[in-house]
Design a protein around this ligand. Structure first.
Ligand code: GLC
Length: 749
């Protein structure tokens, strides 16, 4: 009897769900209606599903578990069958996700589909340059295209959600995760954040090839003291709002579907229980409608932070602050039930989060087609498509930064008699993938050595000597390299960091090239042969000796599967390097944190003794923010700007750039401002515009910028975002130091 009633009950629910699905498809099919009507339709459907859910099923929707590649554990399957899982991460593949999704849709009481998430940071299987390298292109459109390719491959493999873009501003290169972001500047970081959100999410979340993006790690994770990952962040609200929040705001304005709350505390309040950031700013000020997922057990870690005395307490703090889904902590699943019963949380707080999760599932089209990304044939045709590799090569070419090129030693001639390539990283197939490389495989990578071998002419000889270990001196190898150098026209040293020396939990207290490789560089320099240093790195490195003694230095970061081809394209002049640094390179780690948009202080560095300086090192960086050379040279002229603008007017700025070299080249024209006198102290420079332009040899182009008065904002003493009249300086140039400047006044009326 009970059984029959249960079965009957089940079939009623199934029929109701089918009705909901039918009306959903119908109503979303009518989505020709304006956005608002669609929103209302979806909200109605969300409410109808919510009304059917038990309390356990509601907590289940807020529970995300970590899968195991192409399967889940028996224990996870049991939870899933009870409707106690809303999402899996780290389950990927069209077939694998379909298997797990079938359990959710066909074997649970309500059949609510799962959302599958994964770290698709700079490519899914076709791995692009690491985000810090992509930021060096200063080309948001190109970065958007790269994210689109990643989304196409990820969605073909059963995924609906990527935990990217990582938009953390980083001013401390000791912090290993600087590699995953877009560097030190909020304006460039905001442009890259919005570009990646557009690329991942496309025109609509339920378009084929779209996946939901996730701006992370909300917020100020990159401000970790001493550059140590997960460490304390203690910054002013002004720094929070002016430096760390803008890229998240840009992501929200670009329509990002989710954010991830960070591990770190912010001035005593952990990011995963921070009402200021998660409620007041994100919901009330920015009107964000999407969902917030915690970082991996970051809710549970509130106990370690010492703000929660127990698991339930941690869950209460996070849910109330505004974290909607618990990644792998199982607190929302297991511990909130009691908190609800004894009134420490309210049912509407639970419902609020469940509705946000359901809404994203509707927007992703999962209710109308839960198996939408589970076609193995599509997967096979999409993964590592040749067009994707071609795109990866193009992004890699533009990510390369030429830091030095004395005596124009570069580009090399393809028909040179012999070239010696040295360094353990030159033949590495895994390191060019960089950290966070998704399903990237070493077998897919073109090494730097291979790229060079493919590029040179048939009669050229490419010699290779490992020369050293990554950080272990090998006298025999070193001697071999010395001997081979005598037979080479030029020596190319590929040196720097392995992929594991940056990324999560990979902070470094020192910033130099590992000693063994540094010795190898010196030994090659001592041979008297022309030496080119190809730097492979996931962060700014302190390379004072190399900067002072090596004629040519190319920074290639971690360029992904097409690394070798892109490096060869630039080395031999097929492509003119055009990358610009998105982060400052210090002379020594002792200068850190060092960044271009610093304050002036009351005693700025000068020839006077009692000023803000070091006794042993200049205060200037080795290579400044925005810096990068070309095989061409560019001249700036006719810099024009009005001398004053009214409160709601825009300052038109124009400048002419001429390619004074003998080959086509790209230049990234940068525009900075300085607010000379504010009600609070202001940076000596702030990036407010950039434009990448291509110029043939001798060609001139006029570039115009429109500086609107609301771009001159600051947060005043009352923490209000305002624009204040007064004197400003506007700068233009090819980096943050070599600039033309003009003063102008923002009038009060
Ligand atoms: C990690 C990272 C986060 C990532 C998540 C899921 O700990 O902090 O960036 O998205 O877990 O892998």
């Amino acid at each position: 009897m009970t059984e029959q009633r249960a079965v009957r009950g089940k079939s009623i629910i199934k029929r109701t769900m089918k009705l909901i699905l039918y009306f959903t498809v119908l109503s979303i099919g009518l989505s020709a209606q304006p956005h608002l009507a669609l929103e209302q339709t979806i909200n109605r459907k969300v409410d109808s599903v919510l009304a059917l859910m038990t309390l356990e099923e509601k907590f289940g929707q807020l529970n995300q578990l970590g899968g195991h590649g192409d399967k889940i554990t028996d224990e996870q399957r049991d939870l899933l069958k009870k409707g106690l899982v809303g999402s899996f991460l780290n389950v990927n593949g069209a077939e694998a996700t379909k298997k797990v999704q079938k359990i959710a849709v066909e074997e649970t009481r309500l059949g609510i589909p799962l959302i599958f998430g994964y770290d698709v940071i700079h490519g899914y299987r076709t791995i692009f340059p690491v985000p810090l390298a992509e930021a060096s292109t200063w080309d948001p459109d190109l970065v958007e295209q790269a994210a689109r390719v990643a989304a196409r491959e990820a969605s073909a493999s059963g995924l609906h959600w990527t935990f990217a873009p990582m938009v953390d501003i980083a001013r401390d290169p000791r912090w290993g995760r600087i590699v995953e972001g877009s560097g030190e500047d909020p304006f460039l970081g905001s442009a890259m954040a919005a570009a990646r959100v557009r690329g991942f999410q496309g025109k609509s979340l339920n378009d084929p090839g779209s996946i939901m993006a996730c701006a992370k790690h909300y917020v100020a994770y990159g401000g970790a003291e001493a550059g140590r990952d997960y460490n304390t962040v203690d910054i002013s609200e002004r720094t929070l709002r002016e430096i760390y929040l803008p890229p998240f705001h840009a992501a929200v304005n670009a329509g990002v579907g989710s954010l991830m709350s960070a591990f770190n505390e912010i001035g005593g309040i952990p990011a995963s229980s921070n009402r200021l950031t998660l409620s007041q700013i994100l919901r009330d000020e920015w009107n964000f409608k999407g969902m917030v997922v915690s970082d991996w057990t970051s809710i549970l870690e509130l106990v370690k932070h010492g703000v929660a005395g127990s698991r339930p307490e941690a869950g209460v703090l996070s849910l109330q602050a505004g974290v909607d889904m618990d990644m792998e902590g199982r607190i929302y699943l297991l511990d909130l039930f009691h908190a609800l019963k004894d009134g420490r949380i309210l049912l509407e707080q639970v419902d609020r989060s469940v509705k946000r999760v359901l809404r994203m599932k509707f927007l992703l089209g999962l209710f109308s087609d839960p198996y939408r990304n589970c076609d193995t044939e599509t997967e096979k045709q999409t993964i590592l498509h040749p067009d994707h590799r071609a795109m990866a090569r193009s992004v890699a070419q533009k990510s390369i930064v030429l830091l030095k090129n004395d005596k124009n030693i570069l580009p090399l001639k393809k028909d040179l008699k012999s070239i010696l390539v040295v360094g353990p990283l030159a033949e590495s197939k895994s390191d060019p993938l960089g950290s966070g490389h998704g399903k990237g495989m070493a077998e897919d990578v073109v090494t730097v050595l291979d790229g060079i071998k493919r590029a040179v002419s048939a009669q050229s000889k490419v010699l290779y000597a490992k020369g050293s270990g990554i950080d272990s001196i090998d006298k025999r190898e070193l001697q071999k390299a010395r001997q081979m150098a005598s037979r080479a026209d030029v020596v190319l040293v590929v040196a720097g960091e392995t992929a594991r020396m940056s990324g999560e939990a990979a902070s470094r207290a020192e910033l130099g090239i590992p000693t063994a490789q540094h010795e190898l560089i010196k030994a090659m320099q001592a041979t008297g042969k022309p030496v080119v240093l190809v730097l492979m790195n996931g962060r700014p490195l302190a390379i004072p000796w190399e900067a002072g003694n090596i004629s040519a230095i190319l920074d290639i970061w971690f360029l992904g599967v097409e690394a070798g081809n892109a490096v060869a394209d630039v080395l031999f002049g097929e492509v003119n390097p055009s990358g610009k640094l998105p982060v400052t390179f210090p002379r020594t780690v002792g200068q850190v944190p060092i960044y271009y948009n610093h304050k002036n202080t009351g005693r700025p560095p000068s020839k006077d003794y009692y000023t803000s300086k070091y006794l042993d090192v200049p205060v200037t960086p080795e290579f400044p923010f925005g810096f990068g050379l070309s095989y061409s040279t560019f001249a700036y002229s006719d810099f024009a700007a009005a001398s004053s603008i009214g409160p709601n007017e825009s300052l038109k700025v124009s400048v002419t750039i001429q390619n004074t070299g003998n080959r086509k080249g790209d230049e990234v024209v940068q525009l900075y401002i300085r607010d000379v006198v504010g009600s609070v102290t202001r940076p000596v420079k702030e990036l407010k515009g950039f434009r990448r332009i291509s110029l043939g040899p001798g060609e001139k182009k006029k570039v115009d910028f429109l500086l609107t008065s609301d771009m001159l904002w600051l947060y005043n003493a009352k923490m209000e975002r305002v624009t204040e009249p007064g004197e400003f300086v506007v700068f233009v140039g090819g980096n943050s130091v070599d600039l033309l400047e003009k003063s102008f006044v923002l009038r009060a009326q």
